[in-house]
Design a protein around this ligand. Structure first.
Ligand code: ADP
Ligand code: MG
Length: 307
């Protein structure tokens, strides 16, 4: 019945039949998309889950520019290892614990975040010492295998002393509990972690690189044609389309996704029902966010070779 939309992957064809508004709504929803770098990062994370406890646990720093998909990756990782309730023991298991770095990088705030992620409520009367003890005990009880800290850059808002205390806290936890810690953040965060010689040699690094004009980008753009609920086949496998996408997004994953989303919404509204290089005209009024990035990007890259 859906052979009409043979350019779309079979599982996605039904969405092309929805009304315009429903298709636009569909486009705007969050969904995980399997990307080569994100999958590679996930494989590294998976490896840590099964790492046997030993003297020095390996840790991982997942770093890359804002919008490269770090939060998506660690959220996906924590969803793949969602908490499980063990009926036999009456205890929950939380193999992967995801916590945000607090805006104020103090030990107290840090343990507040960790305890909140462990579903503890009413922490107001606890001293830092008891919070630390409570966090250690609970992390062992729920058998956390990997602790993931997102937005580690926030640590940089602290004074040099606060930052040292904070890095010590991380070191203490990984030594004491013998669990790997994953930190996600930007290049600045990477520098901060590397400043601590004791942490630097146990943190492996995985960098999310911006997209370039290569095979992976071709595949990504080709896959949009099969995923988007547009009724005509898109023509994104052209040099021009790739160049425009890169020029408008600087190869940042989140910007590419927003650009494609905005262009697809336009294609539904104006009845064109497909995407090609012309869908990414920089002066198109429907791409305000992306255009903002572009004009800033253009100023910075004047004189440099284009992709
Ligand atoms: N694997 C993915 N699947 C779906 N969307 C993604 C993926 N990676 C990135 N994105 C998109 O990019 C945006 C930015 O990603 P995010 O993880 O917040 O970046 P970061 O944490 O590195 O700043 C997300 O809001 C999402 O729309
Ligand atoms: Mg993030």
């Amino acid at each position: 019945m859906n052979v009409l939309y043979s350019h779309i992957f079979p599982a996605y064809r039904e969405y092309a039949e929805l009304t315009d508004e429903a298709r636009i709504d569909w486009l705007r929803r969050d969904r995980w998309i399997s990307l080569p770098q994100a999958e590679a990062a996930l494989r590294h994370l998976e490896d840590l889950v099964i790492y046997p406890p030993r003297g020095r646990m390996p840790c991982l720093l997942l770093f890359g520019a804002t919008g490269m998909g770090k939060t998506e990756i660690v959220s996906r990782f924590s969803k793949l290892h969602a908490p499980q309730f063990d009926i036999r023991t009456g205890l929950s298991k939380m193999p992967v614990l995801l916590a945000q770095i607090p805006p104020e990088p103090s030990e107290e705030q840090f343990y507040t975040e960790v305890l909140t992620a462990l579903n503890c409520v009413d922490l107001s009367r606890l001293s830092v010492r008891s919070m630390r003890a409570e966090a250690r005990q609970l992390l062992a009880e729920v058998e956390t295998k990997v602790l993931v800290l997102d937005e580690i850059d926030k640590m940089l808002a602290g004074t040099p002393r606060q930052q040292r205390v904070f890095l010590n806290t991380i070191r203490f936890l990984t030594n004491d509990l013998k669990i790997p810690i994953v930190c996600a953040g930007t290049e600045d965060a990477r520098m901060a972690v590397l400043m601590d010689p004791n942490l630097a040699d146990r943190f492996g690094a995985f960098e999310l690189m911006p997209w370039r004009n290569d095979h992976a980008l071709r595949q990504l753009l080709a896959s949009f044609s099969g995923l988007l609920p547009l009724r005509r086949p898109s023509m994104l496998d052209t040099v021009e389309a790739r160049q425009r996408v890169l020029a408008l997004t600087q190869g940042v994953t989140g910007r590419i996704f927003r650009l494609i989303e905005a262009a697809a919404v336009t294609a539904i509204r104006d009845g064109r029902e497909m995407l090609d290089a012309a869908s990414f005209e920089a002066n198109d009024v429907t791409l305000p966010l992306v255009s903002m990035f572009t004009s800033a990007g253009k100023r910075r890259t004047i004189g440099r070779a284009t992709v």
